[in-house]
Design a protein around this ligand. Structure first.
Ligand code: GRF
Length: 200
């Protein structure tokens, strides 16, 4: 069975969606490891409950960004994973890391890319006044949330939405499309042609 590794910095509800999909049998793959940059990430507890090994690379304990990225690259290589899933991993990956795993890193983003990349995507959507937002799973390239899009889901923006209420509604869809995208990758069904991803 093919394996993937997850990288998460916080709560880890998308990581949990992957764990649940594996348990239910809708994601026939093995999660080899959680890598986190945050020693107090709740994702760590989720991994421990599910029996998934954890590597904590405490960003604060490295002298600079480059030392951290080198350690991260070593850890990523050591997992032997076919795929790396960024599930709420709150750092931009170095070009060197992106190039070490071409088309093998996925990210989940809480907006309909290419709208509202970067931080606070739900706030950006509300402030812009869009009627529809959503979430995207995409392959990671060296830009910020710019890589080829695999799956997207729409969510209506209601008149009285707050950043939190919109984030919650988008999250429900994130939990659906992330396991689905990982499954498609694991089944070798993604055919990337330039920016376009064809699903076989
Ligand atoms: C999600 O909204 C995800 O799209 C974004 O960060 C958030 C992580 O949430 N990249 P969680 O840690 O998976 O609960």
């Amino acid at each position: 069975m093919k394996g993937f590794a997850v990288m998460a910095s916080g709560r880890g509800s998308n990581f949990q969606a992957l764990i649940d999909a594996m348990k239910e049998g809708t994601l026939p793959a093995c999660c080899l490891r959680l890598i986190t940059d945050n020693p107090s990430a709740y994702a760590i507890e989720r991994a421990e409950k599910a029996g998934i090994p954890v590597t904590v690379l405490d960003y604060a304990s490295y002298p600079d960004r480059s030392a951290y990225e080198q350690a991260l690259l070593r850890e990523m290589r050591a997992t032997g994973a076919d795929l790396f899933v960024l599930a709420g991993y709150m750092r931009i990956l170095d070009r060197e890391i992106v190039e070490a795993f071409p088309r093998r890193i996925l990210n989940i983003h809480p907006a309909l890319l290419p709208s509202f990349p970067g931080l606070h995507a739900q706030r950006q959507a509300l402030e812009h006044g869009v009627r529809v937002s959503g979430c995207s799973v995409h392959l990671v390239d060296s830009g910020t949330d710019t890589g080829p899009i695999i799956l997207q889901r729409c969510v209506r923006v209601e008149q009285d939405d707050t950043e939190e209420s919109l984030a919650d509604r988008i999250l429900e869809e994130e939990h659906r499309i992330l396991p689905e995208a990982v499954r498609l990758f694991m089944e070798g069904r993604l055919n990337v042609q330039g920016r376009r991803v064809r699903i076989r």
